[in-house]
Design a protein around this ligand. Structure first.
Ligand code: N2P
Length: 362
């Protein structure tokens, strides 16, 4: 009798272990990019446990995807990087029969994303935003004067201006494919040009302001801006708004603002995709479908302050967010936004080389 009970128990444990294994989803997403309760709600709804890791760089994600066997089921590349990764066979086609919430997505935005992934075969929009400038209103006014209008990339690219801000801390994204084009655009060059001379000119501009930059990093600036440890950051729209929200909450007297500079800015789309070798593609589809629920996506936008591609979620997004031109740019600002193009390998190598020189100052 004793034996039979323990056998039953052993069988149960084994079955449970197998079930637990099947019911784990591995997500790899950008840092500061999800609501506090999204994963818990997903587990409650599906019984699938989630392991969640974060990154703050497309290059880091790309290296993992190209190496393969990442163990992830859902990842979130930016669309231009994704296009190259799709070409390398990194992602599986989505099974749209498992994604009924696709009906919630904004057709115009999905058509935009389809420029990188025809028919949206491999990915759906997670969030989108711009790469602009976050700044501490008081600290900047103190150094440049109350009347100085912060509306231009000159804040970080004009040595005369940025040198006056160096003491309060200026940071830039460690994102070569975004920073060099921003510099090119400021110089009046086409930001998506792949002409090596244009790229070099952008890098030279960055090198000229390098002495005034405290650091290059793509996630640390949120808390630094919020705490008043830095005063200017080239950063991603929602991250700057998160810094603003944190400062407001802390009531520390720090006022953070975000601008899309008048010369224009990069507009990017981050996409949910499933690696071709994902261990649990069923759970991955379940997760992507869950995120496309109108309320779930609205909850994420309301927490991370990024625009999404989900039309059905819009009525559920806080008015404070939908009415903010830093998050949903005006028609005028939209005309100046540019979209990244996928780079060929040669251009990519040049950008990497130039960026190393910018960062190390040699
Ligand atoms: C979230 C940053 C996501 C924007 N912290 C980069 N595409």
């Amino acid at each position: 009798m004793k034996y039979r009970i323990s056998l039953a128990v052993a069988t149960l444990i084994a079955a449970n272990a197998a079930y637990a294994q099947d019911n784990v989803l591995h997500v790899y997403n950008w840092s500061d990019y999800i609501a506090e309760d999204t994963l818990e709600k997903f587990t409650d709804a599906t019984g699938i446990e989630v392991t969640y890791d974060v990154y703050d760089s497309n290059e880091v994600l790309e290296a993992k995807m190209l190496a393969g066997h990442s163990g992830y089921d859902v990842v979130v590349p930016t669309s231009d990087f994704m296009q190259r990764q799709i070409a390398a066979g990194v992602y599986m086609p989505l099974d749209k029969s498992k994604l009924p919430n696709l009906a919630n997505m904004d057709p115009a935005l999905m058509a935009n994303a389809a420029r990188y992934d025809p028919d949206n075969e491999h990915a759906v929009i997670y969030m989108w935003g711009t790469t602009g400038i976050g700044y501490n209103v008081g600290a900047v006014a103190e150094r440049l004067g109350e009347d100085y209008e912060v509306d231009s990339w000159s804040l970080v690219f004009d040595p005369e201006v940025v040198s006056k801000l160096a003491d309060c801390g200026v940071s830039m994204l460690d994102a070569p494919s975004e920073m060099i084009p921003a510099a090119m655009n400021y110089l009046g060059l086409d930001p998506v040009s792949t002409d090596p001379d244009d790229l070099k000119a952008g890098a030279e501009l960055l090198e000229s302001v390098r002495p005034y930059i405290r650091y290059f990093h793509s996630s640390q600036y949120i808390s630094d801006l919020a705490n008043g440890d830095t005063c200017v950051a080239v950063g991603w729209s929602g991250d700057v708004f998160q810094a603003q929200a944190r400062a407001d909450e802390a009531e520390n007297g720090v006022e953070i603002a975000y601008i899309i500079p008048k010369e224009g800015a990069l507009q990017w789309f981050d996409m949910m995709a499933i690696p071709a070798d994902a261990p649990n593609p069923d759970a991955a589809h379940a997760f992507i479908n869950f995120v496309m629920d109108a309320q779930i996506t609205a909850d994420i936008t309301n927490y991370v302050w990024y625009a999404n591609g989900n039309a059905a979620s819009m009525p559920l997004v806080d008015e404070e967010i939908t009415s903010d031109p830093g998050i949903f740019p005006s028609e005028e600002a939209k005309a100046n936004l540019w979209a990244a193009k996928v780079n060929d390998a040669r251009t990519d190598r040049l950008i990497t080389r130039l960026w190393t020189a910018v960062k190390t100052g040699q």
